[in-house]
Ligand binder design. Structure first.
Ligand SMILES: NC(=O)C1=CN([C@@H]2O[C@H](COP(=O)(O)OP(=O)(O)OC[C@H]3O[C@@H](n4cnc5c(N)ncnc54)[C@H](OP(=O)(O)O)[C@@H]3O)[C@@H](O)[C@H]2O)[C@@H](O)CC1
Ligand SMILES: Nc1ncnc2c1ncn2[C@@H]1O[C@H](COP(=O)(O)OP(=O)(O)O)[C@@H](O)[C@H]1O
Length: 299
């Protein structure tokens, strides 16, 4: 009889709870991004396009874009509603911000991008749907998060996203993707993560306490992240994670490695912020400088 792996939240304080899973460890990942050559230029580190920010959710793309720049992406563009552009540029002038009120304006931006983040604050209307259709038509390294996942879940049949794609559902989004209840996902998180990776043929991050990473394919064992804390249960945390994954993909890490490393950096940063200032009142943007701190350790 196969051994059942216990990846439930209540098991995470038990050191013996995760046989068969890769316990994500910074020492394994911190040299995956090589030291930059002396003659490095920004063109070597990818051009990431972050797409999202429907009405009332411009902050989500800002968080993803800023996190991506702080994680070393060479260039970061944002495609969002034009009403968000001024505030985005005021916060982060390094971002190239494009008002895309009509989805027909997206193709030239997609053509320039080496990597795409789709989903933060994307919404679920016709605009969001058109953005999703266009991104799915392109074979680029990409991360699909938040409402991009809800869009995929509403499609009539599962779509094979491919080994260059990372998906990052929280448990409710995972339940929509697998057409079950959130409680079913939480009851057997490992199986859920593996089913997501298999059904959509991509790398899948199942977020939450003890985030799990499965796929793409069988090349890497599923990983579990033992770091992170309840202070991270705050709006925008997932948007920051999507920007970190996007930056690592843009810097040429494969989808499985980028997903595992990003989850680890994000959770370690959450713990560092909690140690410094406590868990309550932690903002997603508070994590960004600590993610950068761990990213630069021992490179
Ligand atoms: N500043 C901005 O612009 C921000 C913009 N944002 C954008 O908003 C959009 C909608 O995203 P969203 O996640 O709020 O909506 P949705 O998927 O319906 O989930 C809501 C329900 O799912 C559940 N649930 C969630 N997590 C769970 C967990 N870990 N474990 C278990 N259950 C969990 C939970 O259900 P409940 O438990 O309450 O029944 C919860 O009420 C998206 O585009 C995003 O990018 C946000 O990022 C915020 C900052
Ligand atoms: N209690 C917790 N312990 C560890 N990590 C958590 C906890 N709560 C939230 N997180 C992490 O914070 C992030 C929340 O993402 P998500 O639910 O998508 O937020 P949002 O949609 O607001 O951006 C995930 O990476 C998740 O693993």
């Amino acid at each position: 009889m196969p051994m059942r792996l216990d990846s439930s939240p209540s098991s995470l304080d038990n050191d013996n709870a995760v046989p068969g899973l890769e316990r994500l460890d910074l020492s394994v990942y911190q040299q995956r991004l090589p030291a930059r050559p002396r003659d490095a230029h920004k063109g070597m580190f990818g051009h990431l396009l972050v797409i999202g920010g429907n009405q009332g959710m411009g902050g989500a793309v800002m968080l993803a874009a800023e996190a991506a720049l702080r994680c070393g992406a060479g260039k970061v563009s944002v495609a969002t509603l034009s009403e968000h552009i001024a505030s985005l540029l005021a916060r982060c002038p390094e971002v190239m911000a494009h008002g895309v009120d009509d989805p027909a304006q997206l193709p030239p931006l997609l053509s320039q991008a080496s990597t795409v983040v789709l989903g933060p604050g994307l919404g679920r209307d016709a605009w969001a749907e058109q953005m999703l259709i266009q991104v799915l038509e392109r074979e680029v390294p990409r991360i699909l998060d938040a409402d991009a996942l809800n869009g995929i879940a509403s499609m009539s049949r599962p779509i094979r996203l491919g080994c260059q794609t990372v998906i990052t559902p929280h448990p409710a989004e995972a339940a929509r993707l697998l057409a079950c209840r959130t409680a079913d996902i939480q009851a057997d998180r490992l199986t859920a993560a593996e089913q997501l990776a298999e059904r959509f043929a991509c790398a899948a991050v199942l977020k939450g306490v003890g985030s799990l990473v499965a796929g793409p394919g069988d090349l890497q064992r599923p990983g579990i992240c033992m770091h992170g804390n309840p202070g991270m249960a705050s709006a925008g945390m997932g948007d920051v994670l999507s920007g970190v994954v996007g930056a690592l993909l843009a810097q040429h890490l494969d989808a499985g490695t980028a997903a595992r490393y990003a989850v680890l950096l994000h959770a370690l940063a959450g713990d560092r912020v909690a140690e410094q200032d406590g868990q309550l009142g932690m903002l997603a943007s508070d994590l960004i400088s600590s993610i950068r701190y761990y990213l630069n350790r021992n490179i």
